[in-house]
Ligand binder design. Structure first.
Ligand SMILES: Nc1ncnc2c1ncn2[C@@H]1O[C@H](COP(=O)(O)OP(=O)(O)OP(=O)(O)O)[C@@H](O)[C@H]1O
Ligand SMILES: [Mg+2]
Length: 313
């Protein structure tokens, strides 16, 4: 019966972005970005500072208007139907938007009222989400006395309160300790397959563990979208890490190789480490560079990230 009808909410993927452009004056922060997110997927947006991740998310959650292009969230056009988009999403932003002089429960209750939830439903959902993020015991404490990790967990609880179809999280684990980060991954894992989740992160390891697919952004453009394993597979060959006395000298001597500098080490992507390493020593000797340490590492998502973003962090 759908023949001849325009694509509607029912048949559309939860996030559809087509040729999205956002300009701030001269700067093109988002440059012809297109992607689709599948139902129930955890989709990660990676990229260096200023790549355009937050700008993309802000357009999707109707906080910014695109310069051109289209975007649909939960089947609704973000420009033509922002109200319907907002009803269907949960949002967790980098900067806290909690009421610090309210308790955790009051914050959630306030939000639940905004969404027009009934008293019964509010009560039940608030207990549910508090227990999910392990804050039940802190429910009646003032948020201003919460640690950074507790605030973040409360924000995630709030984002999930009205059972959104799509949850957006902009750097949900920024600055949190390793244990809290893992806990947050665990909460998000519980929604895999039910709620569609789009998140940005600078922790590549997080994207590798959590995301079904990732998009890598650089200078407003998406340079790759795929499953983390598939992206890693694209990176044929091996990575050789070198510590040398005069890294700069060695680096210029190795011009023509795919080479990056990280944490004082040179990283060189090669087809075969076995063939490359003797050559490396030869070049070093010819240039009077003393090599202190050489090691070989298996490719990871981080490697392809470094390669695609030119080593920017
Ligand atoms: N309101 C604004 N006005 C002008 N320029 C902006 C505005 N918002 C963002 N930009 C610029 O757009 C570019 C993309 O910014 P955006 O915040 O989307 O990057 P990001 O990928 O989220 O970076 P980060 O990893 O640092 O959060 C940056 O150069 C930024 O300075
Ligand atoms: Mg950002």
């Amino acid at each position: 019966m759908r023949i001849g009808l325009k694509a509607g909410a029912a048949e559309m993927k939860p996030i559809v972005v087509r040729e999205l452009i956002k300009e701030f004056g001269e700067l093109r922060a988002v440059d012809s970005v297109s992607f689709e997110v599948e139902e129930g997927e955890i989709f990660g947006l990676l990229g260096p500072n200023g790549a355009g991740k937050t700008t993309t998310i802000k357009i999707l959650v109707t906080l910014l208007k695109p310069t051109s292009g289209e975007a649909f969230v939960a089947g609704n056009n973000v420009l033509k139907n922002p109200g319907a988009v907002r009803k269907n999403i949960g949002v967790v932003f980098q900067d806290t938007t909690l009421e610090l002089d309210f308790t955790a429960r009051e914050n959630l209750d306030f939000h639940a009222r905004l969404y027009g939830m009934s008293k019964e439903e509010r009560k039940r959902r608030i207990e549910d989400v508090l227990s999910l993020v392990e804050l039940s015991e802190n429910a009646d404490q003032l948020v201003k006395n919460f640690s950074g990790g507790m605030k973040r967990r409360l924000e995630i609880a709030r984002g999930l309160l009205h059972v959104p179809k799509v949850l957006f999280l902009d750097e949900p684990t920024l600055g949190l300790d390793a244990r809290t980060r893992r806990r947050i991954w665990k909460y998000l894992e519980e929604f895999r397959g039910d709620t569609t989740i789009m998140l940005t992160t600078h922790y590549i390891e997080e994207a590798e563990k959590l995301c079904d697919r990732v998009a890598i952004m650089r200078k407003g453009r998406i340079v790759a979208v795929d499953r983390p394993e598939a992206l890693v597979k694209r990176l044929e060959g091996e990575r050789v890490m070198v510590i040398a006395e005069s890294a700069e000298k060695l680096r210029s001597a190795l011009k023509g190789f795919s080479i990056f500098e990280r944490n004082g080490k040179l990283e060189i992507f090669v087809n075969s480490a076995e063939q490359f390493i003797p050559k490396l020593f030869e070049i070093a000797r010819a240039n009077g560079v003393n090599i202190e340490e050489v090691s070989i590492k298996r490719a990871s998502l981080e490697d392809i990230y470094v390669k695609l973003t030119g080593g920017e962090v």
